[in-house]
Design a protein around this ligand. Structure first.
Ligand code: FUL
Length: 456
């Protein structure tokens, strides 16, 4: 609820209360109530600034954390970038259970799941009419298997948002690199979205190991998505829904704008510079927030030899602070194994990570909502962290802020920062025994609007 809506809501509830109390409605009562309603209606809405997120991007930002599942022939070959000439029989999960993936993601506190329906090797995890390299050509379940359908069913059962990764780069398809491929790929996208959508997110990978990258028809691909999943947020290096953060190690820039200039750029080799992807641009023309993609093990696909690379809870907490804590969504890759199940060690780690977050953020010491650029909160216990949210519905405006603590009658600076955006999590260097915490926005493009301030 925005400040304006919040104020209007308070006034309307007060009015209701007033009317209820005055069961015999006096003229005076009615006039007072109408005056209150009028004030609410006439209060100006907060100023907007720059490009604004769409409703879908706002909902997407609230998701914050979801699972990435890389699954396909690479799961069995040990390769990370399959060559495209793999025998379809290699894809042979012995105990596929997509419900296990979804239950695990849900219990881990994730808000959705995105599957590699087709990776660079071109193998389709559904029986596509546009390829001869699919589950239908595999002897797995006598060619009757369909992983995308299984995941769709599981997501429906658990009421869990689903997204898809469909790689433009295709090392198998005979038409790849010819003029026909753009239409083939658009048909492929439409087929997945029609049969298994709608999806909350479409992932377009910019990777291409080939020397020659053909001219992709991005508007055609986007149309295939939006025609079938009108609310999907499209990921790529340049959006249009959300952008790659420029690394696969789990961190966004400390300064991170949800804005980007995309004119003249494309996903992949023609993408904006890494630093720009990592930090966004304060004056970027489009609203394209960052998404941080990182695997829980060293590799994206399951590999029998890399269990020792499973990230620790501390690693994952650091990733949380430098992704969600810097205004991005985090997509954490947890890859199914050759049985088609998430490995036990990875599931346990996810639950430990969830428990660590719950413990860290267990005790709210003070909070407020819908304030301008100066907020002072009373605290009664030592605090260790502050979480700020800007009301991005009105754009991203805040350029600099400070957080101070009143300790033994003296204000001292605890932490300072630049951007806030959807969420900024700022752990203090040490626990602070303060009676008050004060947030001051020191620089902003327009009237700042803090959606929430919470001290832990
Ligand atoms: C990269 C790909 O090349 C990797 O295989 C993986 O899919 C990752 C998420 O994106 O660009």
């Amino acid at each position: 609820m925005s400040n304006f809506e919040f104020r209007a809501y308070c006034i309307i509830s007060k009015t209701k209360h007033h009317i209820m109390r005055n069961t015999r409605l006096s003229t005076e009562g009615i006039i007072a109530s109408l005056a209150l309603l009028l004030t609410a209606a006439c209060s100006p809405a907060p100023q907007t600034y720059g490009p604004l997120p769409t409703e879908d991007q706002l909902k997407w930002a609230d998701m914050e954390y979801y699972m990435f599942c890389h699954f396909g022939p690479n799961t069995f070959s040990g390769l990370q970038w399959g060559l495209g000439d793999e025998d379809p029989d290699i894809f042979n999960p012995s105990e596929l259970d997509c419900e296990q993936w979804v239950r695990t993601a849900k219990e881990a506190g994730m808000k959705g799941i995105i599957l590699t329906a087709k990776h660079h090797d071109g193998f389709c995890l559904w029986p596509s009419a546009y390829s001869d390299h699919t589950v239908a050509q595999s002897s797995w379940l006598d060619g009757k298997g369909d992983v995308v359908k299984e995941l769709r069913k599981a997501c429906d059962k658990y009421d869990f948002p689903m997204g898809v990764y469909i790689s433009p780069w295709d090392r198998n398809h005979p038409s790849y690199g010819t003029d026909e491929y753009n239409q083939v790929f658009a048909n492929t996208i439409a087929e997945v979205h029609q049969n298994y959508g709608p999806f909350f997110e479409q992932w377009f990978d910019g990777a291409n190991g080939g020397a020659h990258v053909p001219a992709y028809d991005w508007p055609l691909f986007h149309k295939a998505v939006y025609d079938n999943s009108p609310h999907a947020v499209i990921f790529s290096d340049v959006g249009p829904g959300c952008r790659w953060i420029g690394n696969e190690s789990g961190w966004a820039g400390e300064t991170n704008w949800c804005r980007l200039d995309v004119e003249g750029f494309e996903p992949g080799k023609n993408a904006p510079a890494t630093k720009i992807l990592n930090e966004g641009q304060p004056d970027g023309a489009e609203w394209i927030p960052g998404e941080v993609d990182v695997p829980i093990r060293a590799d994206w696909f399951y590999n029998t030899t890399n269990e020792s690379t499973l990230k620790s809870v501390d690693d994952l907490m650091d990733i949380w602070f430098s992704s969600v804590g810097r205004g991005c969504n985090l997509i954490l890759n947890v890859t199914p194994d050759q049985r088609g199940l998430l490995p036990q060690a990875d599931s346990i780690r996810l639950m430990e990570f969830k428990a660590a977050r719950d413990a860290y953020f267990a005790k709210k010491l003070a909070s407020c909502r819908n304030k301008g650029g100066n907020v002072t909160l009373k605290v009664k216990e030592p605090c260790k962290c502050i979480v700020l949210q800007e009301d991005i519905k009105y754009g991203q405006k805040i350029k600099a802020f400070t957080v101070e603590a009143l300790v033994a009658g003296e204000w001292q600076k605890v932490v300072e920062g630049t951007t806030i955006g959807h969420k900024r999590i700022l752990p203090f260097d040490a626990s602070v025994d303060a009676s008050k915490i004060r947030v001051t926005v020191t620089d902003s493009f327009a009237e700042p609007m803090l959606k929430s301030v919470t001290v832990y």
